[in-house]
Design a protein around this ligand. Structure first.
Ligand SMILES: [Zn+2]
Length: 235
């Protein structure tokens, strides 16, 4: 694309953004309020549920997964962004300088199929680590579970993660829950900038999506999938 085309596109995008902002609806504001409310922080409940897990945006989900691995004695190092590199978290055994495993996470409500499982198995081979963990808020399809690539990996669906998390000692759960559910835990973050995205509405159907507040420096846009506000992949 030529520079003038890029500038024209950015100007058009800016114009559309301003138009969308002007048309922001009252119901959109209500949904924003619902999304940013913190129903669990008030209850001091430390037992995780699947519903509660699925309310997390992708970045908080990544942190809760990292904290869970840390509570098992591993060092968990996030890749830092949601950029699609196939690895979200590197796992190290105590005292070791070389990662023994990689973790891929998906904060989705739709099932994870065999393609993503094979991709993670490919990353395990490519990076020369021993194994890989695939952790999702949703579930795996039968094809994914039966795929040969799955034999090299540990696949942890939302229900299983909740079960394993709740097996931690209560003080540890309380510590992690207090961190993960502090403040706005549901609004997705920009995978490039790390800042919270801003929800916009556009078009005649008032369809909504998430935009990076750092536009035009950052062009990231995330479209929520139909049917669920918790259904974003973060990449
Ligand atoms: Zn951004």
């Amino acid at each position: 694309m030529r520079p003038e085309e890029i500038i024209a596109e950015q100007l058009e995008r800016h114009r559309m953004r301003e138009a969308r902002e002007a048309k922001r609806t009252e119901s959109g504001a209500e949904l924003d309020a619902a999304l940013t409310s913190d129903p669990f922080a008030r209850t001091h409940e430390t037992t995780l549920t699947l519903e509660r897990l699925q309310q997390l945006e992708w970045k908080r989900f990544e942190v809760i997964v990292a904290r869970w691995f840390e509570s098992l004695g591993y060092r968990a190092v996030g890749s830092g962004t949601g950029a699609d590199g196939g690895v979200d978290i590197w796992l190290y055994r105590p005292g070791e300088q070389r990662a023994f495993a990689v973790v891929q996470r998906k904060a989705w409500t739709n099932c994870v199929g065999p393609k993503l499982v094979r991709e993670l198995a490919g990353v395990v081979s490519g990076e020369g680590v021993e194994t890989g963990y695939f952790v999702t808020t949703s579930a795996f399809t039968r094809d994914a579970l039966n795929d040969r690539a799955a034999q090299k990996l540990t696949l942890i669906d939302g229900t299983e993660f909740v079960r394993r998390f709740n097996a931690l000692p209560e003080p540890k759960r309380a510590e992690i829950v207090a961190e993960i559910y502090a403040g706005d835990f549901s609004t997705p973050s920009c995978p490039t900038c790390g800042v919270k995205l801003v929800r916009r509405a556009s078009g005649a159907d008032r369809s909504t999506f998430w935009d990076c507040p750092n536009f035009p420096r950052c062009n990231y846009t995330m479209r929520p999938r139909v049917g669920s506000w918790s259904d974003w992949a973060g990449k």
